[in-house]
Every structure is written in structure tokens, then in C-alpha cells.
Design a protein around this ligand. Structure first.
Ligand code: HEC
Ligand code: HEC
Length: 242
């Protein structure tokens, strides 16, 4: 019906000109995104993807904390080798990358196995990705002091700028060494003694934001403040394995 209407209209010169002007206007505004439309648009994805604090993998990997995440990098999810290769080749999910991927999933990464045919409309994609960016780091209220719009990389960078107090870290470490051996021995539980500060900080944020899924660690880190993470990182990185 609508198509028929357009066909008739498109025969008139008036329509052709107005339409062209409209297109120009649209592209000139470069699609101001309206995140409030995103939740409804996500219905196209939600049969396969979850997002938000408790998000789990379904048919597709969970999308919590996806911005700044290397493609194909959630431990325990079975990606196609095409997706893993894309990540190893340097693909990190950004607004633009996700936009391009969901526009044409098949051609953006040849051989990946997301069976979604693509979202044609530029405005729809912009709105969806804007919403995803807001929602993808939603935390439980206990953690509400952490700004919800930044990616893990942003959090980690901010914490790395705090000069952690190793003495405070030693004090806090009592909670950790019941599992992680202070000698640096690993028997099932990884050693965290002597880990580089940046790796240490980033891994804690990966538990906070669901990129790493270990429940034990997630409950340990969820209430740690930035200063505490910085202090723990300063302390553990200063130790040497015995
Ligand atoms: C029919 C199921 C399905 C639908 C619908 C779907 N996806 Fe996916 N998605 C997948 C699968 C499966 C993968 C993993 C692909 C691979 O390993 O090659 C994936 C991967 C992704 C990734 C990469 C994640 C990572 O960890 O590297 C993003 C981002 C993504 N999808 C976003 C979306 C968005 C946004 C939508 C909705 C517009 C959507 N997907 C719709 C199944 C789906
Ligand atoms: C109840 C046991 C337990 C406690 C307590 C615990 N952890 Fe862990 N931690 C684990 C386990 C198990 C893993 C591995 C999880 C995984 O596979 O992701 C881990 C992983 C880690 C890692 C990632 C190591 C790596 O090689 O990537 C860091 C860093 C870490 N813990 C720091 C801490 C800190 C800091 C504390 C104290 C605030 C702490 N943990 C308390 C069990 C514990």
C-alpha cells in the first residue's frame, strides 16, 4: 500500500525534489541518535543476545560491556573461527564497528555465524547502538557509584591514574588470600602475586562488567571502590612469587 503510494508520488517532479532535499537534510544532520527507541529495536537481537548486569550468553554472546571489547573474546562462548580471527586481527567493538556489523552481518565478517540478516535503516541502527551503549554497563544498585556509560577500558584507565596505597592493599588482601595463595602458587585458583598493575585492574573490571563470568570473583569485586582496586593492584603487583 505504502509502496504503491510512493510509486505514484515519485512520478511527480514535486516529490522528486522534496525527497532529494529531505535526504540531504538527513545526512547533513548525520543522524542524531535517539537512544529511547533502542529498547524496542533490540527486540531484533534479544532472541539471541542479553545485555545488562546479569546478562548471560544465549545463542549469541552476551553484550554487556561490549564496547571496547575485543571481538570474539568472551571466555566460554563458542565463536566461529572467523569471529575469533577478526578479534585477533584487531577488531574491537565500537559504535561504528557494531553499526557496520549489524548493517550487514554476513559481509562485515565473512564466515561469522550470526544468522541475522541485517538492519537496513541507518536511523534505526544509530538509535539501537546509542541505547546499547547506555545499557551495556548497567550495574546493580550496590555499584551505582560507577559511571555507567564508560567502557571497561575507560574505568581501568581512570583507576590506573590513582596511585594505589600498597599498605592499604595489604590490609584489604586478607579477603583475597583465603583463595589466592600469597606464595604465588596456583592450584586451581590462579596466582595473582606479581601480576602487572594494568592487567590486575583490567581483570577486576572485567569481572565487574560481566566480561569475565566467574561468579565467585564477580561477587568479590562488585563492591570494591576504585581506591580499593588501585590499592590491591599496587600491593599484589609489588610482591614476587616465592
Ligand atoms: C539468530 C541469533 C542472533 C541475532 C538475531 C543477533 N545475533 Fe548477534 N550474534 C549471534 C551469534 C551466534 C554471534 C557470534 C558470531 C560468531 O561467533 O561468528 C553474535 C555476535 C554478535 C556480536 C559480537 C560479540 C562479541 O563478543 O564479539 C555483536 C556485537 C552482536 N552479535 C550484536 C547483535 C545485535 C546488536 C543484534 C540485533 C540487531 C544481533 N546481534 C542479532 C547471534 C545473533
Ligand atoms: C573464594 C575464592 C576467591 C576469593 C576470596 C578471591 N578470588 Fe580472585 N579468583 C578466584 C578464582 C576461582 C579465579 C579464577 C576465575 C576465572 O576463571 O575467571 C580468580 C581470579 C582472579 C583474578 C584474575 C587472575 C588472572 O590470572 O586473570 C584476579 C586479579 C583476582 N582473582 C583478584 C582477587 C582479589 C583482588 C581478591 C580479593 C578482593 C580475590 N581475587 C578474591 C577465586 C577467589
Amino acid at each position: 500500500m505504502l509502496r504503491y503510494f510512493r510509486q505514484i508520488l515519485s512520478r511527480t517532479k514535486w516529490f522528486a525534489t522534496t525527497f532529494a532535499a529531505g535526504l540531504l537534510l538527513c545526512s547533513a544532520q548525520s543522524l542524531a541518535a535517539d537512544a529511547s527507541r533502542g529498547e524496542a529495536l533490540f527486540k531484533a537481537c534479544s532472541q539471541c543476545h542479553e545485555v545488562g548486569a546479569q546478562a548471560k550468553n544465549k545463542v549469541g554472546p552476551h553484550l554487556d560491556g561490549v564496547f571496547g571489547r575485543k571481538a570474539g573474546s568472551i571466555e566460554g562462548f563458542k565463536y566461529s573461527s572467523a569471529m575469533k580471527r577478526a578479534g585477533d586481527g584487531g577488531l574491537v567493538w565500537s559504535v561504528d564497528a557494531i553499526d557496520a556489523y549489524i548493517h550487514k552481518p554476513r559481509t562485515f565478517i565473512k564466515g561469522n555465524r550470526m544468522s541475522y540478516r541485517g538492519m537496513e535503516d541507518d536511523q534505526d541502527r544509530a538509535d539501537l547502538v546509542a541505547w546499547l551503549e547506555q545499557i551495556s554497563l548497567t550495574k546493580p544498585s550496590a555499584n551505582a557509584n560507577v559511571p555507567s556509560t564508560n567502557a571497561v577500558v575507560g574505568f581501568a584507565t581512570a583507576v590506573l591514574e590513582i596511585e594505589g596505597d600498597p599498605d592499604y592493599g595489604a590490609y584489604l588482601s586478607g579477603e583475597c588470600v583465603t583463595c589466592h595463595q600469597i606464595t604465588g602458587k596456583a592450584d586451581g585458583i590462579p596466582s595473582i602475586v606479581g601480576l602487572p598493575r594494568d592487567y590486575f585492574v583490567r581483570s577486576l573490571f572485567e569481572y565487574k562488567t560481566n566480561i569475565r563470568q566467574n561468579e565467585v570473583m564477580k561477587t568479590r569485586v562488585i563492591n570494591l571502590a576504585d581506591e580499593e582496586i588501585a590499592a590491591l593492584a599496587a600491593y599484589f603487583s609489588s610482591l614476587t612469587p616465592q
